[in-house]
Design a protein around this ligand. Structure first.
Ligand code: ADP
Length: 531
């Protein structure tokens, strides 16, 4: 279009040509009337009339090009375009066509319908299988999430030739996940939930749900809880609480990138930036901004409190507000991505380990020598030695990043799954250094876990689903804390750290006593015939 060729904003070019067209048309009509009145021949043109005719033709062509071509094209090229589209689909299909390997005669169940479908659903299944109805559109087309899942499941079985028998369909509220937790559902996976506790933490008793399929894990963590309880409990402190997001922006020069860095990190600008940022939510409060530079690219790490939400959506909205605001003072700033990995979400990164992300928690307990020998079946000295050689020196030899622990990730993931957290954030949430020291002349054990980036929430995401919110309810941190927003999420982070402390204590004891292999053979290995 002509408008694309002109280096002016669209509204300006359109305005100019509209004005030109109508004013020239008015001028020429006026002249025409004059000529008729004075009986001057119409084809005799003055210079201004000639210019007027040229302008009229030019503006007419522009306006036709702008408004007319799409309209005409929609008639002319529709069948052609559809054909192209079909060709594209056929080509793509032939390109990616990958026949399923033949089913082995045993082991894999062939597709067989595990649900009865009424006639009308049968029709829809056929349309999904043939590609007439896209599978993803079933919920919106049918307006019934359960029916959509049932039809999709049947279509998947027919398309793949494989059975989904064993994956439950019924007994799940598919409406509750629509638009926020999972797309194109065909059922749900069952994960057993075990309970450990009471975990005595900051003077309160908690029963902690753990969703896992690893035998021994719940039993072992429970033993750790028992040891903590018998020793008078554990205490935990929240060191900081802030979710982070770091967009990457690019400039023409490192000098300009540095100017923005100084602008953002200048305390004098903080109030203005936080007013802009905090508009994202009642609960989002900007805490700090740290910038990293790579040449002319700037990584801006925003950190903010997010109430009881884990906070990724909240912080991202706040960051977007600030980027929009910065455009007026830094029009040459090119936003490459809202996340530039300096955040850093769901990846092992030193920035989280050092600066923290989500909740930074430290949890400690003194386990009496008596409990160490009677409950944990080991000694303080051997635990301290093992911790030094395994969790500290061993992890250093391995070049670990935040992995100075025995199995924090085991406990973190199990609690994350049961309480509806984002399981992928287990990566940084499991960063943990476990310290052990003999105190009271080596009779008792001081143990602590320090976890700088526990990312949890009690509202938003998967936390509102019925099973997950039942688990949060058991701990006493379901939903938003009305009196003191953020307290539920912080308490949950403390409980995660407390359970990790119990898990560390128990596993380390099992290893130091040489019990690990035996107990795993007993509880973690199926006695069923796998062949
Ligand atoms: P996330 O940022 O963890 O992805 P969302 O921002 O999507 O979570 O969800 C949090 C929602 O819950 C927001 O709409 C927020 O206004 C609301 N909310 C209600 N009470 C609270 C609270 N106490 N803390 C945080 N958010 C809350």
């Amino acid at each position: 279009k002509a408008s694309d060729a002109l280096p002016l904003p669209l509204y300006l070019t359109n305005g100019i040509f509209f004005t030109l067209f109508f004013s020239v048309a008015y001028f020429l009509l006026h002249r025409w009337r004059e000529k008729i009145r004075s009986s001057t021949p119409l084809h005799v043109l003055t210079l201004s009339e000639l210019a007027g005719v040229i302008c009229l033709i030019a503006s007419f062509i522009y306006l036709l090009g702008f408004f007319g071509i799409d309209f005409v094209q929609s008639f002319i090229s529709k069948p052609e375009a559809d054909e192209d589209h079909q060709n594209f689909i056929i080509q793509e299909e032939s390109k990616i066509h990958c026949p399923l390997p033949p089913l082995p005669s045993a082991g894999i169940s062939k597709a067989k319908s595990d649900v009865e479908l009424p006639e009308e659903d049968e029709e829809v299944v056929k349309c999904v299988v043939s590609g007439e109805i896209p599978s993803y559109s079933l919920e919106s087309k049918l307006g019934d999430c359960f029916r959509a899942a049932k039809i999709r499941r049947e279509a998947v079985q027919r398309q793949t030739g494989r059975s989904l028998e064993g994956l439950p369909l019924e007994g799940f509220d598919y409406d509750s996940i629509l638009g926020q937790c999972c797309e194109m559902p065909v059922g749900y996976v069952q994960i057993p939930v075990g309970i450990v506790g009471p975990l005595l933490l900051n003077g309160c008793e908690y029963s902690v749900p753990m969703a896992t399929t690893e035998g021994c894990l719940v039993a072992s963590t429970n033993r750790g809880c028992k040891a903590i309880y018998a020793s008078g409990g554990a205490t935990c402190e929240i060191l900081r609480d802030g979710m982070t997001r770091a967009p990457v922006v690019r400039f023409q020069s490192a000098k300009r990138a540095t100017e923005l860095k100084f602008f953002l990190e200048d305390p004098l600008n903080f109030d203005t930036l936080s007013v802009v940022f905090n508009k994202s939510s009642r609960f989002a409060r900007l805490q700090e901004i740290h910038c990293g530079i790579a040449g002319k690219n700037l990584y801006i790490r925003f950190s903010c409190s997010t109430g009881d939400a884990m906070g990724m959506n909240m912080v991202s909205k706040g960051v977007q507000n600030v980027l929009d605001f910065l455009r007026s003072d830094f029009p040459d700033m090119d936003v490459i991505g809202i996340s530039g990995n300096y955040c850093s979400d769901k990846k092992p990164a030193a920035v989280n380990w050092i600066s923290g992300r989500g909740k930074s928690v430290v949890c400690e307990s003194v386990i009496t020598g008596d409990v160490v020998s009677k409950v944990l079946k080991t000694s303080v000295a051997s635990l301290v030695e093992l911790n030094m050689l395994k969790n500290l020196a061993g992890s250093a030899v391995a070049g670990s990043l935040g992995g100075f622990n025995a199995h924090a990730a085991n406990i973190v993931s199990a609690i994350f799954i049961s309480t509806g957290q984002d399981p992928a954030q287990n990566i940084e949430s499991s960063h943990c250094i476990t310290m052990m020291e003999g105190i009271n002349e080596g009779r008792d054990l001081h143990i602590s876990v320090t976890m700088p980036s526990v990312e949890v929430g009690t509202v938003g995401g998967g936390t509102q689903l019925s099973s997950q919110s039942a688990c949060l309810n058991l701990i006493g941190v379901k939903g938003a804390n009305k009196e003191s927003p953020g307290e539920n999420a912080q308490r949950l982070a403390g409980i995660v750290a407390g359970a990790v402390l119990a898990g560390e204590l128990s596993l380390m004891s099992a290893i130091s006593a040489g019990h690990l292999v035996n107990s795993h053979m007993k509880y973690n290995r199926s006695s069923r015939d796998m062949s």
